[in-house]
Design a protein around this ligand. Structure first.
Ligand code: TYC
Length: 104
């Protein structure tokens, strides 16, 4: 319990600090490769990251041209689940698409 001494020697209770801790966030990142079809990457971005066709295409091309791109930013458990889901989906379709999470 937080208390504070007054000048007159009495003690008062401080209000509890109720600030919530913000969870650390992680980037979910797609990596480029030479084999996964562009259309498949667009489907992944729509299906697992809630993007529309246009935004998914922009992100896919960013990955294709620069080597990697951020799909979204999430708390650790959510980010880890996205990575698992995308990796399983890619494997099931026999594409080498790599998806990783990055912290700071
Ligand atoms: N480079 C791939 C191609 O030319 C397309 C691609 C884009 C692959 C993004 C992976 O994360 C990726 N078919």
């Amino acid at each position: 319990m937080a208390t504070r001494k007054q000048r007159d020697g009495s003690t008062v209770l401080e209000p509890e600090k109720t600030r919530e801790k913000v969870p650390p966030l992680y980037r979910v990142v797609l990596l480029n490769d030479d084999y996964t079809p562009m259309d498949f990457v667009v489907v992944v971005l729509e299906k697992f990251f809630g993007m529309g066709r246009e935004q998914a295409t922009v992100v896919m091309l960013q990955v294709h041209r620069s080597g990697k791109g951020v799909c979204g930013v999430y708390p650790r458990d959510v980010a880890a689940t996205k990575v698992e889901q995308v990796s399983a989906f890619a494997q099931r379709h026999q594409h080498p698409l790599a998806c990783v999470m990055e912290g700071n």
